[in-house]
Design a protein. Sequence first.
Length: 420
Amino acid sequence: MAFQIQAKDSIVSFGVFPTINAVQNLNLDPTFNEENFSELGNDEYSATSRSPETSGSFEVTSTGSIASILARMLYNYTTQAYSFDYSTQGTAYNITHTDFENCVFDLLNMKAPGATFDECLLVHYAQLTGLTLRVDATGTGSETFSFEADLQEALAAPYHDTLTVPCTTTDADTIEIPAAMVSAGINSGTYAMLYVFKDNQKFDSSAASFTSDSEIDVTDAAFTTEAPYNRVSAVLMKRTPGAFPTIYNPTDARFIKGDRIDIWLMNSGVTPADSNRFLRCQSADINVDLTRDRLQEIRRNSDLSTTYWRALNFPLNITVNVNVLESSLDQWAALQGKTIDGGADVDSIDTNNIMNLVDFDESLDLTIRYYLQNNETKLAEITMTTLGITGFGERQQVQGRAERSLSFVGSNMTIQGWDL
């Protein structure tokens, strides 16, 4: 019998952390980076060398959950913990552009034909390589996250009810499952060992085993015993698999409409307020290009990969596009640090009343604030400061309206979330 996987029969999780229930799509593109070897006198290839790699992206639609999603990716190599709180699962996180360096995570995609889940796709050691945000006056909004990783592995039943747990280092051969996760039922009694990863190095169950409910011993692991530690995670499978993945479901989703988003474009240093927000804004697009260099080493690796880290290049290249319906010159003057004076002397030039494009040399700030639908509760705020204008477009047509678009470039960003 043939089965078709429906979108509603696929659940995305980041390691042990469930995603917000508004992930709209997931794209994965595994490549093998093959290199063929040949020899004189042989009309066929002698051998093929492969270095597997997976790139991908997923989209979250109009939830205002960007801070919470990033917190599930942001790893601290000193504390060996993620920013996301496993116990409270809140959304109150403050993340800046420098934090993108350590956005590294395990992605699990659990799939099912119909109602019974029987497959889990593991993408280990993924690093964030791009972030695109869009908000629209019609109510459309989305955040797209791009990533690169080395490993993609499908786990079929009975190994499908799976999660990856971030662990802490006890000594060179021993790691510990955090107490909060043990109290949530993640221990040797309910889960069996599949893999342990030290950064991108894999140890299977022949080298890793539970020595107690929460302690795992790994033969010849050589874990770093002082901060900054290795990123160590254990891939565990449910001893008695469930028909449904062992995650929190459904998780809370906060949907945003057009009238629940504020967009301010202001002179640098001005505090956002209703009196100075950029009215008639139709859309705003932010593209964060997280260009990374692959750091590689030559060593024996059963996963066939020599990449041990993808280092982020600073300063970041963040581009912003804002589209507006043409509004009064008072607003455009304010963006150029001017105040129009209708009573200016006509015998001498008042530069406040002349707005040349070159006067956009002042740095501008952009703030996008998400509110909970039907009230004024803030969900998240994205702020970019000291933006430099790079382009200006103007269009006017019969039976249409005047539109203006502005393009900016910057290198810093702050994302703030609030708990509800």
